[in-house]
Structures are given as C-alpha cells and as structure tokens.
Write a protein that binds this ligand. Structure first.
Ligand SMILES: [Zn+2]
Ligand SMILES: [Zn+2]
Length: 394
C-alpha cells in the first residue's frame, strides 16, 4: 500500500506512445479490464484522480473497490445479466412439487436397497453435474468467442495459447487431473459413501427417504442455505490449515499446480485434501440437518457449480452465486491460484474479511485501479500531444 507508480516518460513516436500507455496496464498484470469492459460494466469503474503523473493505490476508496464488477456484480451489471442470474436461481430451486415427487419416485423405483440407492445416486449426480459443467466450460474455452473472452479474469493468454511448451505442460497437467479426479470420485468416494451410510443414517442423513417425504422447494432452499454457511466455514478453516507451511508441500500443493485455473481444476486435490477440505465440509450440513436425498443431490449440484464457477477463469456477470450477500467471487479465487495468498473461503467473503486474509487481494485490487488510472492519464496526455491514435476502448 502507498507505493507510487512512476510517471510514464514522453514517447518518441506514436507507436512507442501506444506501447508505453499499454505498459501502464500490463506492468501490474491488470486482471480487471477484460471483465470490466464487459458489456458496459466497465463504464461503472472509477477513473481515479491522479497527481503529478502518479497514483497512490492507498487513496483508492472502499466505494471504488466496491464498484469493481466482481464485487456486487448484481448491482453494477447491466440488468439483463442480473435477470439471467435470477432466472438460473429460480429454475434451480422452484419447481412444482408434483414434478419433484414424480421424478424422485421414478428414480427411487430403479434401486430397491436404500444404501445402494444413496451410494449410486450420489455418484451419478456428482458425475453428471461435474461432466455437464466442465463440458460446457470446455466448449467455451475451445470456441474462444469474444462474447465470453470479455469476461476472462487474467489479461495474459490462456496457457494453451502461450506457445507449444506451455501448451504441452498444461495438457499434461490436465491428464494428471483427470486421473486423480477419477481416483477420488470412483475409488475414495464410493468407500466414503458406502462405509459412512450407517453412521450417516444414524445422524439423520436422508431423513425419511420415501417419495412422499420429498420436501417443498422452500424447505430445500433454506436447508441448502444453512449447508452453505456450514460448508463455507469448515472449508475456510480447513483450506487455511492446508496452507500451513509445514504441511502445504505434502497435500495442498497438488491443487496449486494450477496457477491459471480452469473448471476442471476445482476437483484436482490430493486424497487427504479431498476428504478433509472437500468431503467433510460438504457433508457436515446435510448430516446435521438430516436432509432428504432430493435436497442432498440438489446441494451436490449447487456446490459443484460454485467450485467450477470459482475456478473457471471467467467472472461471469450472470453467475447466480453473485446474488448471495457477501458473495466471494471467481476473481478472488483466481487470485488465490495466481498469487497463492489469502482468499481461503468458498461461497462467501466474510471469513476472509473478518480474519484479514483478503488483505493482499484488496491491496492488489487497489493497485489495479491505480494502474488503470495511470494508464488513462498517460493516454490522455499523449492524446493531447497528438502522439496517440484514437482508441475508443480506452
Ligand atoms: Zn489454496
Ligand atoms: Zn482452487
């Protein structure tokens, strides 16, 4: 905080001028502009006042930080994106009760034994939702459409566009990821589900599993809200513990092989991390509340959606998770991967705020705003001198 940004020297030619003005952006690996300019969202970004060609990041106010697109995107996004978030939220939670009962009854009739129903059902829901979410993301990465790329968080290119060596390294990591995810999901998870069934049942898991007991949508909704609070707390503290230097290298370093994360990276975890920081925080809420299997599977989809959203590398303004009060953001978790500093929580931001573990990220954001202001100032100066061609994107 308080670091000054050097004024840009006068350029010798318009081309150099353009380059130097660009350098004001890239010097700090600015992460906001791509999402900031997304369909007018960036118009809400402040252009900070500058003095003598430099900008002090510590002078960036809380209000200016709050106006960054990933903070309260529901507030600053064009209404169409907020409407899309609300629609996703409603479709996910609100269905006619008779539909829920009919669907659940047909699924329940497929497997007689409750233990098998619970284990197999959980594996199938997990697999299908994770595959659908990542299949959708794979299409977005592959297509590289400007509409989606405008929401990309990091300004540097995707790893597969950074040259043959990085591309090969990244795809080797993706192959390792698929192998480890398969081990966790299809070896560890069935054991946890099968062995944990009796204890879980004793604690109330599944409640009354009959089709007649399928809960109303609002019951599932409040129970999932409680699960989110419990998960976020347990995830924050277990994740923070995994960053303890004495054990970091043995377990959590695996997940942090991704400096630029993609959706698939969300479940790339050492088996110990898979149990301690993923499975336990995820299961604690449903166990304590004794939720119906319907709600348990809805919760599975919602949690996977959140972690894929957090790792996907885009800050989508239609993400329904940004409707949550004190929501975390994909930008915050992207920073956690690129800088390996703070931002430990999953759904919310309050534990990081309360414990001060979001400080490096907030300082980084201040620097982004300051750099953006310096860039703006440099461009204005060069434009006034007639040394810069007109660029409407700036
Ligand atoms: Zn971490
Ligand atoms: Zn992560």
């Amino acid at each position: 905080m308080g670091a000054q940004i050097d004024p840009l020297p006068s350029p010798a030619s318009p081309a150099q001028a353009q380059g130097q003005a660009d350098a004001a952006t890239h010097a700090g690996d600015v992460t906001t502009p791509a999402s900031a300019v997304a369909s007018g969202v960036g118009d809400a970004l402040p252009v900070h006042s500058t003095k003598g060609g430099s900008v002090d990041p510590s002078s960036v106010s809380e209000r200016e930080l709050a106006r960054l697109p990933h903070n309260h995107s529901w507030r600053w996004s064009p209404p169409v994106y907020t409407a899309a978030s609300c629609l996703i939220f409603l479709l996910f939670f609100v269905q006619p009760h008779s539909w829920r009962v009919r669907l659940y009854s047909s699924l329940r009739s497929l497997v007689d034994d409750e233990r098998q129903f619970y284990t197999l059902g959980s594996l199938v829901v997990h697999t299908l939702s994770f595959a659908a979410l990542n299949g959708g993301m794979a299409l977005i990465y592959w297509a590289g459409l400007p509409f989606f790329e405008q929401f990309k968080i990091e300004s540097k290119p995707w790893p597969w566009h950074r040259g043959p060596k990085e591309r090969a390294q990244y795809f080797a990591l993706v192959r390792k990821t698929l192998a480890l995810i398969s081990f966790n999901l299809y070896f560890l998870q069935p054991i946890l589900l099968w062995v944990g069934y009796r204890d879980g049942k004793r604690m109330g898991m599944g409640g009354d599993p009959s089709p007649e007991a399928v809960p109303a949508w609002y019951t599932s909704m409040w129970q999932i809200a409680v699960c989110m609070l419990i998960e976020d707390t347990l995830f924050y503290w277990s994740h923070r513990m995994l960053h303890w230097p004495r054990i970091y290298g043995y377990v959590h370093k695996v997940h942090h092989q991704y400096k630029t994360s993609i959706g698939l990276a969300s479940e790339y975890a050492h088996p110990i991390e898979f149990i301690v920081s993923n499975a336990i925080p995820f299961t604690a809420g449903p166990l304590l509340l004794g939720v119906h299997y319907w709600t348990w599977w809805q919760w599975t989809i919602l949690r996977l959606g959140e972690t894929v959203d957090g790792h996907c590398g885009y800050e989508f303004p239609w993400s329904p998770y940004r409707l949550l009060p004190f929501s975390g953001s994909s930008t915050a978790h992207d920073y956690h991967h690129s800088h390996n500093l703070g931002n430990y929580a999953s759904f919310f931001s309050w534990w990081d705020r309360l414990c001060g573990t979001d400080r490096p990220f907030v300082a980084f954001e201040r620097k982004q705003i300051a750099l953006r202001a310096a860039q703006h100032e440099a461009r204005e100066k060069l434009r006034a001198q007639g040394k810069l061609r007109d660029d409407k994107t700036q």
